[in-house]
Design a protein around this ligand. Sequence first.
Ligand SMILES: *Cc1c(COP(=O)(O)O)cnc(C)c1O
Length: 393
Amino acid sequence: MHIPFVDLRAQYETLKDEMTEAIRGVLNSAQFVGGEALASFERDFAAYCQVRYARGVANGTDALHLALRALGIGYGDEVITTAHTFIATAAAIVATGARPVFVDIDPDTYTIDPTMIERAVTDRTRAIIAVHLFGQPADMGPIKDIARRRGLYIVEDAAQAHGAEYRGVRTGALGDVACFSFYPAKNLGAYGDGGAVTTNSAAIAERIERLRDHGRTTHYSHAEIGFNSRLDALQAVVLQIKLRHLDEWNTDRRRAAEWYAAELAQSGLKTPFVRTGSTHVYHLYVIATNERDALRIKLDEAGVATGIHYPLPLHLQPALKHLGYRQGDLPCCEAMAARSLSLPMFPELTRDQVRRIAAIVGAVADRDGHKKLWWKSTYASAPLRADGGKELR
Ligand SMILES: *Cc1c(COP(=O)(O)O)cnc(C)c1O
């Protein structure tokens, strides 16, 4: 009866024998850090992303941090990004010493609104981090135009969008440098933490290699103070096997999203909108409703796990208070924080499970949800809370 939010166990069952053999291979080689297992995965992942270089790092947060450093970003610089994302996007900017500058999102796709970027550019702006949120690429065409005109770098936060495409180009190949997370629940997930940086620039790839390995040029010669941020061989072989299944899993996610869309068509709820020319890989299936909190409790009572991504936008996070933002500064981000609800989404989700979830959702349908302009006028009046405003079992 219980429907989990993600089901990593189901996926493991289908890969068990292959994984055991690959892991045993690493154990026998005793080559745990670097080596051929890593190089081989990096080649496969670069080819998959249609770029020249992929470099494994310890996690997605480090991928962002090291990518920004590889671009020379640091104290005194500003980096423009969205406030409707996971904290890591901003944490990586802060870690370089630069300042995050938040702009609002497009109310249909929830990705950064390019028209807002233009207004936020100053003399100090060096880069834009475009987050491909929930599995849908940000609107890279207009973002590239702005970056070209204003001389800015584009960094992709592709942690939620392995394999998604924008006008026929895969994420990872849509900016100067792209950052992936292989956290277990991501579309391509390791059996632990992992991350990667992709780029077509040999200089950036080399700088990442140096930064992830103590700034090393030879074994005990250090050109700069770097970090210890490597993707280990065990995770590399796990990821290499899983990469072969990624497209098929993304197709399964899209199929589940189509089932949801069909079941919820009459509900008046705001279901995901896919930009023309893009493919969405549904890392998360996020709906929006004024009845979010009541609906979440109903689903919980019925044994359906849900999530909120994200209940408190980054510009209102206590950790970023020093930036000086206030409630009301980014209305669309705040409206989504108060209204978004993530339903179960994973490749193995069945038609029957979707039907059961949709029946509960439909019963609490939001009669105002179809008025697509609610976010313009009615954003949260009560202070937003990081826990989404209520406790579940
Ligand atoms: C998961 C995630 C990250 C961070 O990746 P980790 O591997 O957890 O460090 C960064 N940005 C976004 C949008 C994410 O979803």
